[in-house]
Design a protein around this ligand. Sequence first.
Ligand SMILES: *[C@@H]1O[C@H](CO)[C@@H](O)[C@H](O)[C@H]1NC(C)=O
Ligand SMILES: *[C@@H]1O[C@H](CO)[C@@H](O)[C@H](O)[C@H]1NC(C)=O
Length: 539
Amino acid sequence: MKVVFLILAVVTTFASAKFLAGGYSDHEVSSDIIEVANFAMTQLRNSQNLGAAPMKIIKAQTQVVNGLNYKLDLEFGSMVCQVVVYKPFRGESELTSQQCSNPSKSKRTGFGAPKTTGTDDQQILSAADFFVTEKNKASNSMFLLQRMSIQNATKQVVEGMLYKMDIKMGYGTCRNNQDNYGATDAECPLQSNPRPRVCHVEIVERVWMTPAYTIKNEKCQNKDVETKNPHLVGHDLCHYGMFAQFKETHNKVYFDSQEEKRRFKIFCQNMVTVKELQENEMGTAVYGATKFADMTEAEFNKYISKPWDVSEWDRMVQARIPEADPPTSFDWRDFGAVTPVKNQGSCGSCWAFSTTGNIEGQWKIKKNKLVSLSEQELVDCDKVDEGCEGGLPSNAYKEIIRLGGLETESKYEYDGKDEKCKFVKQDVKVYINSSVAISKDENEMAAWLAKNGPISIGINANVMQFYFGGISHPWKIFCNPKNIDHGVLIVGYGVKGSTPYWIIKNSWGEDWGEKGYYLVYRGAGVCGLNTMCTSAVID
Ligand SMILES: *[C@@H]1O[C@H](CO)[C@@H](O)[C@H](O)[C@H]1NC(C)=O
Ligand SMILES: *[C@@H]1O[C@H](CO)[C@@H](O)[C@H](O)[C@H]1NC(C)=O
């Protein structure tokens, strides 16, 4: 449809920097579109005089964001409205933009129509620089993205100024940190292969607001890594065949057809997340329908802990970091210091597994004996932590000292439930004497690990729900490094091609990830993995 919007009455509220990933694509008028259109109509009637005319849906487009954006052109008699409704994966829909006009009544032609602008226009350049800085802030990349050129820029008067442009960006040679934001080409020259990508961006400038810019829309090509994902078939985001295959692979049986329908819906919502993760992945990770793909966020939360208080780290004794450079790669599994991958089930006891994994390594290295240790003892007897509700390794070390040590896995078996403490002091096989906090610097972490053993860490588990394999390097926006909710164990590290990574032992069974392990990009504090590193000490 080609309607030039001659703006008569404009009421616009712009989305406040919701994360925007792919662009809009056309959508046929289906039941969910009608539902969204009805929702928009109810909202519009509060602010627009739509009269009694029936609504007609002229055009519908959707965009995958952290949820879905619906851009609809709706007609009410002679009035035409373009609306954007944001529908998050979970939570309430929201009308984020509305623009209504009455073409038949307009006399002022041309007002508000976009004008093509030279790309040396200072307003355009300033808006572009704002966008590039926002990109850098959201990026985990070690290097700063720099503006290379601007194409197809237009300016348009709306409620403020609307700039639309294609910005070509590439990696510079300097680090991505605050001091370098806005660096000129002279201060931060481009890399020889800057891996350029083009973003189509729409930015609104309202000089009376702080910040003056709002990113209204963005669509970026990310040609950084070619990821092929066999778990996302064709163009279809979600269809029943995929779900049937998922059910078969993971032996899923549902109570009745209603429950099955509900699970299919959750599965489809999760596939939207998977698509978004995959399209934005900066490493080589593949995301898809793991065994957790039919679970809601609340259900998945049972496999992680409640958020950790990482300030605990500051109160611990700091470990001494070896001075010698660490080897380029190291894996404690090669030295028999790591037990097989365990499975915590739907009990938030990850912290206990992280703790025992560390102590198993320490005992092997100090006493030359690999003993599988009891997590259930910690779930039941650690009075500071909260069993299946979550806990902290730093507390667990102290509780193990108070109790007098750990029993073995076979003596005090795991059953993933909060129960009465059945600890028997005579059955203790392993003790610890104290604990230390390990550096947040990933080079120092590697140096400590190679000399001393596996490290207990906390991480944000957000992207792990859908991790299949490869080196995971998600954008910060997908796993907030300040929100640590899962305890795991770093057992080693390596470099693949030019990509450094950590080898992380998880406790979700061998049928998850890389045979139970998680490979994560090393050197950018991905998902906060460097913020809560600790170890027990055995004298
Ligand atoms: C945008 O700019 C590029 C390069 O100048 C040009 O090839 C392309 O046709 C332009 N696209 C539009 C929609 O103006
Ligand atoms: C470490 O703890 C064990 C068990 O409590 C104890 O026997 C040992 O003496 C302690 N070692 C040191 C150096 O304190």
